[in-house]
Design a protein. Structure first.
Length: 252
């Protein structure tokens, strides 16, 4: 087995007196789709945000344990958080295009990183939109307003915006929760291509989606990691009765 891209060691996290995660230990393999699934309030989104350090400015928190990216602790004092977020991109449930055109959305990150030459930006735009399975739909209207796209197209644009910086890890928090089945299928198909290059961690919007896309899966319940196994196993022969009850619809 390859070395894990991300290793989570004995991680516990609390905020505002709420224990959000308890003693989580989990390895995330490179170039695979890892699904975090379980009922609301299990700690999935909190863990996703901790991997990207989005909770840094939250008051009243307490964390123990470590999160390692390529063997290095991302919470070490010397960590460059801006650089970390270039390596670990994140896409949220609600698509939020930036004001401006489709092209400007995709080039926003590279421009902040100092890439200004249109000749360098053009291939970034095409590559990112192709990877997000959006290029064929927008190639002739890159200078149209981004907010004129459909909901599914806006979500794929947000994925393209994250991919423009060529992250190593892509985090997605219920990216298809508000999309129709056709748009959902396009996002899922894009993820299958993206995993050839990127390490993907996703919180799906349903157990059915989790079972469709997971190479690996981790089941969370009440701030604890109940079990983590290859997707084809956890959804067909779960070891823990709580996992079985959830995937068969007995609760949640």
């Amino acid at each position: 087995m390859p070395e894990p891209k991300i290793r989570i060691e004995n991680l516990s996290y609390a905020y505002a007196g709420v224990q959000a995660l308890q003693n989580i230990t989990l390895d995330i393999a490179p170039q695979r789709i890892t699904v975090f699934f379980g009922p609301a309030g299990g700690g999935k989104t909190t863990l996703l945000r901790l991997i990207n350090r989005l909770n840094d400015l939250t008051d009243g928190t307490a964390m123990t344990g470590r999160i390692l990216l390529d063997g290095k602790d991302i919470y070490a004092p010397a960590t460059n958080v801006a650089q970390l977020r270039r390596r670990v991109g994140m896409v949220f449930a609600l698509p939020l295009p930036l004001p401006g055109t489709i092209r400007e959305n995709v080039t926003y990150g590279p421009r902040l990183a100092g890439v200004r030459d249109a000749r360098r930006l053009a291939p970034i735009v095409e590559r990112s939109l192709r990877q997000a399975a959006l290029w064929d739909e927008v190639r002739d209207r890159l200078d149209a307003p981004a907010n004129a796209l459909s909901g599914g197209q806006q979500q794929r644009l947000c994925i393209a915006r994250s991919l423009a910086l060529e992250p190593e890890v892509l985090l997605l928090d219920e990216p298809t929760s508000g999309l129709d089945p056709l748009s959902t299928g396009k996002v899922e198909a894009a993820l299958q291509e993206l995993k050839k290059t990127y390490t993907i961690i996703i919180i799906p919007h349903s157990v059915q989606q989790a079972a469709r896309i997971a190479d690996d899966a981790a089941f969370f319940l009440q701030s604890k990691l109940i079990e983590a196994r290859p997707g084809r196993e956890i959804f067909t022969t779960p070891r823990d009765k709580r996992t079985e009850d959830y995937v068969t619809g007995r609760f949640g």
